[in-house]
Design a protein around this ligand. Structure first.
Ligand code: FAD
Length: 488
């Protein structure tokens, strides 16, 4: 198999397929470590997919700041509110946190892990195009590190080359842009910005203001990533001198201005530049063609406010790896495997898209989704605790849960318990529903994220799955293959 791009999508996929003994070549045009944006991660990436790919322990050793959740100043109310991945002290196990990462370090660890799992990673190699035979893609053309034009033949080609490359066009179909999410981001790095008090010191802070919203991501005790996401209508605010433009936007947003009041902008090294990125949301109309698949930003991207980019990149790679491992070993036929990959991936993307549309609607209307969610989280309702403890139970790596007996007991009634907790979370105190969480697609996604983490922890001990789609496949107990539902 040949993978284009060694970002989180490509390196995760390569690791998950190579560790099953298949030959994998990764062609990456840069030499790592290289800069990338997308620094705030989600727990299921770290404790779910990266545990399966073999990278979790190396990530844990890297000492990235622990992100316990998010703090938002958003909507009609002036005061910030905080969401924790785990609101229960009893369930505050190690997997209820994610990391804030310097992507140059994070991506390097993942790429080294791909090598460790057996992939042949070739840096400095820029892919030019695909080799086609009729409908099928059979390989790639690329320029190697010395500039020589080369070819590589492969049973499968996976495009994990991110949002800037144009290779995705080779899969057929088109990239469709969302009319709803069309923003521009202007961002830089600061030393000695303020920190929130413990335990939220390393939370992501998102602050809405007149022209859009700011992210404030603490990457170490002193280094902070700061970016303004500006609505398309406000595009002129980020034109001209980037330094002045960023300063003017910061001045428009009192909370960020206060956090940066004693800070100095970094002007050297990988963080020295003020960068602009279009962060339009999009999805490709097809993710597969015979012999070719799209994963990560090559396939789709959705607004970054909920830090879903690396999650979608690594989760889509897990789905793709299951399909490839299964087909390469003759466990399921290609059509079924590709259909399962694409259906699950589109569903996950759809969940975030739907979630985010609600989030932005809430920004305009105090009584809408987000205000409802704020109310629930700020009050630490028993229902919320119940929900979060359940999520923690599924995902937590705390010592007690590593005891197999205790684990099997929890698992025996896990599904029912989970469903009940989600139902409770979907209701307000007065019994009325919270639309955000009563959406079936959002609930299903929460259950799926829980399952990925649970499988990563429990492997063979995990409960058998039911297919997500009628007639669909289920993941194997080790999480690395698809199987027909009856033989799982
Ligand atoms: P990439 O990380 O882009 O990796 C693709 C790789 O392919 C690169 O290394 C590139 O060099 C290589 N490549 C490209 N073309 C070729 C070629 N022709 N040949 C060989 N190699 C090639 N996500 C989060 O999770 N959290 C956040 O806080 C967050 N914030 C964001 C803020 C903004 C403003 C934006 C725009 C995005 C943000 N994201 C965030 C999203 C995140 O950056 C991406 O979703 C993520 O990097 C996707 O990973 P990937 O592996 O698909 O692509």
């Amino acid at each position: 198999m040949a993978v284009v791009g060694g970002g989180p999508a490509g390196s995760t996929l390569a690791a998950l397929v190579a560790k099953q003994g298949h030959r994998v070549v990764v062609l990456e045009k840069e030499n790592f470590p290289r800069y990338q944006i997308g620094e705030s991660l989600l727990p299921s990436t770290i404790h779910g997919v990266c545990r399966l790919s073999g990278a979790a322990d190396d990530l844990a050793k890297a000492g990235f700041p622990l992100k316990r959740g998010g703090t938002f100043r958003w909507g009609a109310r002036p005061e910030p509110w905080t969401f924790a991945f785990s609101v229960s002290p009893r369930m505050a196990g190690p997997t209820s946190v994610a990391y804030q990462v310097e992507r140059s370090k994070f991506d390097d660890i993942l790429l080294k892990n791909a090598r460790k799992q057996g992939a042949d990673v070739r840096e400095g190699c820029s892919v030019r195009g695909v080799i086609e035979e009729g409908e099928r893609v059979r390989g790639l053309t690329y320029a190697d590190a010395d500039g020589n034009e080369r070819e590589i033949r492969a049973r499968y080609v996976v495009d994990a080359s991110g949002n800037k490359s144009r290779l995705h066009n080779k899969v057929g179909g088109t990239r469709e842009y969302s009319d709803f999410f069309r923003s521009l981001a202007l961002f830089g790095y600061f030393e000695n910005g303020k920190r929130m008090p413990e335990p939220n010191r390393f939370n992501i802070l998102c602050v809405a203001f007149e022209s859009g919203w700011f992210w404030y991501i603490p990457l170490s005790d002193t280094l902070t990533s700061v970016g303004a996401v500006v609505r398309r209508e406000m595009a002129e605010k980020i034109q001209g001198d980037p330094e002045k433009a960023l300063r003017a936007l910061i001045d428009e947003c009192p909370m960020i201005a206060d956090y940066l009041s004693d800070a100095t902008r970094v002007t050297e090294g990988q963080y020295g530049e003020i960068r602009v990125r279009k962060d339009y949301s999009y999805h490709h109309t097809t993710f597969t063609r015979p012999g070719m698949m799209l994963v990560g930003d090559a396939a789709c991207f959705v607004d970054p406010v909920f830090s879903s980019g690396v999650h979608l990149a690594t989760y889509s790679s897990l789905l793709a790896a299951r399909s490839l491992n299964s087909v390469l070993e003759g466990k399921v036929d290609e059509d079924a495997a590709m259909k399962e990959f694409e259906s699950r991936y589109r569903r996950e993307y759809g969940v975030f898209y739907e979630f985010l549309v609600s989030f932005y609607e809430m920004h305009r209307d105090e009584n809408s989704y987000f205000w409802q969610a704020k109310k629930v989280t700020a009050n630490s309702e028993p229902e919320l605790q119940s929900f979060v403890e359940l999520i923690g139970g599924v995902s937590s790596g705390e010592q007690g849960l590593m005891n197999t007996e205790a684990l099997s007991e929890r698992l025996a009634d896990n599904s029912e318990e989970f469903a009940t907790a989600v139902e409770k979370f979907a209701a307000n105190e007065d019994g009325s529903s919270v639309p955000l969480f009563s959406s079936s697609v959002v609930r299903n996604a929460m259950q799926e994220a829980g399952q990925v983490q649970m499988r990563a922890l429990l492997g063979e001990d995990a409960e058998p799955e039911t297919p997500m789609f009628p007639g669909g496949l289920v993941s194997s107990p080790d999480g690395l293959y698809w199987l027909p539902a009856t033989t799982a």
